[in-house]
Write a protein that binds this ligand. Structure first.
Ligand code: CDP
Ligand code: MG
Length: 736
């Protein structure tokens, strides 16, 4: 937009100097000087952002505890084998100097809280040390991660270091992907997967050591694990429990685990220069892009790490960065753009860890994942817009939404720290020092206090934990959220009125899915369409990455998408049509290209579907197919999703039947132009408005058949009365 402003970093005297006259900026590697004129710079980079340090009075002392350490030089010898080099690299990690002390501490104490800087080797090294010390002779060593990408990439790294094939001695297990074998002794997994393992092995008998890693993240699954493993540690004296965290505030963990000792080892950190924008930024994404480019052309060599909130933002930023740098051709150094986020396909994830070519600069566009779970070497600059996507949950409406929210001070500090791992760094905060001081919370609220609990409650109930009010939560969830979850499980018939697990509930718990999805699958048995319903569930589980919508071919892409919607069948059936057509063409990649469907997502859907098919067998549901009977398929879906039904009020505005909450059809929905009278939706997303994503038209009268306990006749009568639906209070008492 504003290509005519001038650039100024208040901190960059050199830049100011260069601004005089027709400045020529020198940058790139020393061997190959490149230059760009001021005009070109302004033309390409547009809006400028000004950064300042925090003023003296509100100066951030957050990096005062930095230790000055001699840089460790990477081993350069070219004659050494990769394995030897890896082994030598291992010895340069901070944790290595504490190897023996650490092993002694583990030997001596059953539960140990470990605190060490991100990148110091906790995740990759400690399980190996324990393995070398013989702990795997009496069981596996498990290490949990809050994120799938982290579990996967760390397992890959450790298998390299141990020179074994991934999936043999070192493996990983993430939802829908088990890469372990009989041989596996070091198992990295998501915290959610370990939780599921409790169903088959409530005492974790096959583990000798468990390391709950990234404990500071306080994910829902980690918090539940805490309660479960604390108990195991009490009755299994041979079991070792390590709780590891990257943040200093580990007292709370220690206290919770009966005052377990804290093993704190110093990391390697360099000073980080933190600067803030002078003005608040209206568009942080744009500001992040501009800042990345400014760094690229004005700052010394060193890679950039940009924290963004999600896949869409990352893809958009990557595109804009490519576009803007392309205009300059070889006049600026190469910018290697590396996205990294949870759903990024494995083969592309590796790129982020590859060394930056000489003369080029890498810019890593990452979600929160790079805050502590993943360590990317060579980062010198961090751009922190100050936001992340967090789940929030409104127990009153039962609505869960992913919202872009400000990060906490603790997060900001972690992010800044990413730039000072291998040398002095610099962090550009895209918010003002005042905002930092006054608007950011000190710590992130644990997920357990802001999420829908139905999933874990179903799990805990299946583990025989009945008394949820007295479960040993580190921070208890709000009672209201507990009750809401119990109500939902009751409505889904997973629990009876005494709060006990029913047969339906037992079956549902087998599926690693949200209860509503599990219920839809279990109900497909009745409607004789399990074959179709698991395809739909698999496609829904892939997320919103089925379609590929390149900018230059949006119309084509949209038309291709509409092809699957013939007859306004709705998004669920469209997903089924896509899956089935792809199957008919023998899972052809070419077909995906032609139809703007992402082949990777489809392959993942197929994997998930295969697993769901196996799980059907386990819960003794027959595979039945009834492709022509769309009503039965929709009824099966509605059996799980009946709480998510909304009726058209007027002008494309909908209202949920049981909640006085309005919503709109998401523009991506095939029904967006149709506005059917009554719809069922898969999820509600909150962007500029409340949008229902993945919707299907249903007939209200089905609800009386499917969920008579939830809807009353007046709710489902076709001519909706003008009165606001009254909130229902159930008289059932719940055992929590
Ligand atoms: O867990 P913590 O943050 O303490 O460190 P780590 O994940 O064990 O990482 C230690 C070192 O291993 C990092 O400095 C990376 O250089 C390297 N690493 C890697 O190269 N590739 C990975 N996928 C993970 C770690
Ligand atoms: Mg780690």
């Amino acid at each position: 937009s504003a290509c005519d402003k001038t650039n100024s970093f208040s901190e960059q005297k050199s830049w100011e100097d260069q601004q005089i006259g027709k400045a020529t900026l020198i940058f790139g590697s020393k061997d190959k000087k490149r230059s760009i004129s001021q005009d070109e710079y302004e033309f390409v980079f547009g809006d400028q952002i000004e950064f300042i340090k925090a003023s003296e009075t509100e100066s951030t002392d957050e990096f005062d505890d930095v230790r000055q350490v001699q840089p460790v030089h990477p081993f350069e010898s070219r004659t050494k084998s990769t394995l030897e080099k890896l082994q030598e690299e291992r010895k340069t990690l901070p944790v290595y100097s504490y190897r023996d002390e650490l092993l002694q501490a583990v030997e001596k104490h059953q539960v140990l809280v470990i605190v060490g800087e991100t990148g110091s080797g906790k995740t990759t090294q400690i399980p190996q040390y324990l393995h070398e010390a013989g702990y795997t002779k009496r069981g596996k060593i498990g290490c949990t991660q809050p994120r799938r990408v982290a579990a996967l990439s760390v397992a890959a790294r450790v298998s390299q270091e141990m020179c074994v094939k991934l999936g043999h001695e070192v493996g990983y297990s993430i939802r829908f992907e088990d890469c372990t074998s009989e041989k596996t002794v070091l198992k990295y997994m998501t915290d959610g997967m370990l939780l599921r393992e409790f169903l088959g092995e409530p005492d974790l008998a096959s583990y000798s050591v468990l390391m709950v890693d990234e404990a500071h993240e306080r994910t829902l699954s980690t918090d539940i694990l805490f309660g479960l493993v604390k108990d195991i540690a009490r009755f299994r004296s041979d079991f070792k429990l390590l709780i590891s965290s990257a943040t200093l505030d580990a007292k709370k963990f220690s206290e919770y685990f009966d005052f377990a000792p804290i093993f704190h080892f110093p990391g390697r950190r360099y000073p980080v220069d933190v600067v803030y924008t002078k003005e608040p930024q209206a568009d942080y994404l744009d500001a992040a892009i501009v800042t990345a480019l400014q760094i690229h052309v004005t700052e010394a060599p060193g890679d950039i790490l940009v924290f963004l909130t999600g896949q869409e933002e990352i893809e958009m930023a990557a595109e804009v960065l490519k576009h803007r740098t392309r205009g300059l051709g070889t006049k600026i150094g190469e910018l290697v753009i590396c996205p990294i986020y949870a759903n990024l396909p494995t083969e592309l994830q590796a790129k982020v860890f590859e060394p930056t070519p000489l003369g080029a600069r890498k810019v890593v566009l990452a979600t929160n994942i790079a805050e502590t779970s993943l360590t990317i070497d060579g980062i010198k600059y961090v751009i922190d817009p100050g936001f992340c996507k967090t789940k929030s949950y409104n127990p009153r409406t039962g609505m869960e939404s992913l919202q872009v929210t400000p990060i906490s001070k603790a997060s900001a500090r972690q992010r800044a720290g990413r730039s000072g791992r291998t040398g002095p760094g610099k962090c550009f905060r895209l918010y003002t020092a005042y905002n930092h001081q006054h608007d950011l919370d000190d710590n992130t609220i644990p997920e357990i206090q802001r999420t829908n609990l139905a999933n874990v409650i179903l799990m805990l109930k299946s583990l025989g934990i009945h008394d949820l009010l007295h479960f040993d939560f580190m921070d208890p969830p709000p009672t209201e959220a507990l009750i809401k979850a119990l109500e939902l499980l009751f409505a889904l018939a997973a629990l009876n009125k005494y709060g006990e697990l029913t047969k339906v509930g037992r079956r549902m718990a087998e599926f690693p899915l949200d209860p509503m999805l599990s219920k839809m699958i279990v109900a497909s048995d009745k409607y004789k369409c399990s074959d179709e319903v698991i395809s739909i569930a698999a496609m829904l589980s892939v997320g919103n990455s089925i379609f590929h919508r390149p900018k230059e071919k949006q119309v084509h892409a949209d038309n291709a998408q509409l092809n699957f919607q013939t007859g306004n069948v709705g998004d669920h059936i469209a997903l089924l049509n896509i899956y089935n057509t792809w199957k008919e063409v023998n899972y052809s990649t070419q077909w995906c290209y032609e139809n703007f469907v992402q082949v990777r997502s489809m392959k993942r859907a197929r994997d998930i579907r295969d697993q769901l098919e196996r799980l059907l067998e386990r819960v003794e549901i027959e595979i039945t197919s009834n492709p022509a009977d769309l009503v039965s398929i929709k009824k099966a879906i509605a059996s799980g999703f009946f709480p998510h039904v909304a009726r058209l009020l007027k002008n494309a505005c909908y209202r949920r039947i049981k909640h006085p909450q309005t919503a709109y059809l998401h523009p991506s929905s095939g029904l967006a132009q149709v506005s059917p009278k009554c719809v069922l939706y898969h999820e509600m997303v909150l962007t500029t408005k409340e949008y229902m994503r993945n919707v299907t038209e249903i007939e209200p009268k089905w609800l009386a058949e499917i969920a008579p306990h939830y809807y009353q006749l007046k709710d489902v009568k076709d001519s909706g009365s003008k009165k606001m639906p009254r909130c229902q209070t159930t008289s059932t008492e719940y055992c929590i």
